[in-house]
Ligand binder design. Structure first.
Ligand code: CO
Length: 237
């Protein structure tokens, strides 16, 4: 056995024993059923582990992760995971969690070619393009952080507009979608105040969240820009 891998297996045996000693029956109970209240949609980055950051045990958070925490309307992987979480596990909260210092967001912002992932990160480039008037005027150092935040807001909207959430809300099922960003430098989560828990709230919450990232004055009252920025059209704003 490769010693690196043997260390992991040794760690695992110690962890399982310590967990069972701390909470007898823990694994027997979990093996029968999971009933998490939370779903986490985050970046694949190894520095952003959902359970550790939120102090949750196995069985308490259902997790989907990909590069740059993107939810694409045609991504059957993400949609299937969200559907299982909402319809079978009946999670109460879905958190889309970005993180500052995201290499995927940085590549999208700066047009850095990575390889196959360029096509995936095109979705983040689309976010940047749609909100360029809120981002491009900022100092370079701030642009990346703001794109991380705006990307989360966009993905919260994508989750809320998915058939899974729309159908759940139509049934009267209580489930809310939230947007958070994690700081690699301080270990803290920031709530972006973009919680959507009803179909009628989606556009208003989305627009209010984006208004926190002002455009320069010259572009501030351009209705056409508003429409292009949000994708919801001028009548929505
Ligand atoms: Co990342």
């Amino acid at each position: 056995m490769n010693p690196d891998l043997q260390a992991l297996l040794d760690n695992n045996r110690r962890w399982a024993a310590a967990t069972e000693a701390r909470e007898p029956g823990f694994f027997t109970r979990l093996a029968q059923q999971q009933s998490p209240r939370y779903m986490w949609i985050g970046c694949a980055d190894s520095r952003v582990p959902a359970n550790e950051i939120t102090g949750l045990d196995p069985g308490e958070v259902f997790v989907h992760r990909n590069v740059a925490n993107v939810v694409v309307h045609s991504d059957l992987n993400a949609l299937s995971t969200i559907q299982f979480a909402v319809e079978h596990l009946k999670v109460k909260h879905i958190m889309v969690v970005g993180h500052y210092g995201c290499a995927g967001v940085r590549a999208a912002l700066n047009g850095i070619r990575i390889g196959l992932a360029d096509n995936w990160l095109r979705h983040v480039q689309d976010v940047r393009l749609r909100h360029r008037k809120r981002i491009d005027h900022l100092p370079a150092a701030e642009q990346e952080d703001i794109l991380c935040e705006v990307n989360v807001i966009e993905q919260v909207g994508n989750v809320a507009l998915s058939t899974v959430l729309q159908d759940a809300w139509a049934r009267g099922q209580p489930v809310a979608v939230h947007g958070w960003v994690y700081g690699l430098k301080d270990g803290l989560l920031k709530n972006l105040q973009v919680t959507m828990d009803h179909p009628d709230k989606v556009v208003g919450v989305f627009a209010a969240a984006l208004k926190r990232y002002p455009r320069p004055p010259a572009a501030a009252h351009d209705a056409a820009t508003d429409a292009a920025d949000t994708g919801f059209g001028p009548a929505s704003l």
